[in-house]
Design a protein around this ligand. Sequence first.
Ligand code: GRG
Length: 294
Amino acid sequence: MNFLEKLKKWQTLINQRLDQYLPATSLQPVQLHQAMHHSMNAGGKRLRPILALAAHEMFPSQLDPVPAAIALECIHTYSLIHDDLPAMDDSDLRRGVPSCHKAFDEATAILAGDAFQPLAFEILAQYYRDDPQLGIDLISMLSQTAGSQKLVGGQMQDLLSEGNEPDEGNLSYIHSNKTAAMIEVSLQMGFRISSEGENSEKLDQIGKVGRSLGLAFQAVDDLLDVTQTTTQLGKDARHDGESGKITWVSLKGEREARRLAAQHTEDARQSLLLIGGNSVFLSELMNYMLNREF
Ligand code: GRG
């Protein structure tokens, strides 16, 4: 199986298994569950779950990494739903379909995002209960990442910075926390479930891979915002500039943003080499993420 076939296979696996973990749309309140399904099934790339599966594959274990992968996608999807709200990024389009508050209404979108958060932790508690230490570690890793000093903190700082003078230190803080933290924890959670998961040095090292990869991912995201169309992206193009957001492109220009993306990807690759194991797919995934067009 080549890289793209395997990527597709894993995307399909995640999409199929997701149905098992999400409350059915027939359950009360139907509108809330429909809103959750609307955003979750709108066609995301499932990169964070796939990063978790790829990190697990480096030193495979008998344990199933898919529930952890799905917990990650729950937190990611909540963050997208809330990011699109009028009080935040005010985006009408996400994953090629109307954003949750457009398809439903603001209150429903807030609640759908809210509901994804406990769902993520419930999935981890349920599916790793036979290994309580593993379950607690996974819950701890994901809750720290989703919290006020990482994902939520990065988002807060991003909102506070709109329209401000560009500041490189501030931009690094935002990107490290709003974007890279979730990529880092995706690799770390997948790795924690692997047979080397209790090796704290290697767990730190895969975190380093994730930080570099996350910064590369954000630089590519900034570039795509100015080079691609709304149809290609499935979300509003040129949105960053219009909302006065500071990005690597607005701060340093397209050329430098491209150089940074390549440099961070190379840093991630060098860090990955130090871990060993089967990193063939993860290494190809890094290239794919660097060269992605949406
Ligand atoms: C609301 C707490 C809170 C956080 C929001 C996700 C986020 C933080 C903001 C979205 C805006 C943005 C451009 C973030 C950085 C890059 C990013 C997370 C892009 C979206 O991820 P993809 O491309 O999306 O993996 P899909 O739809 O494929 O899952």
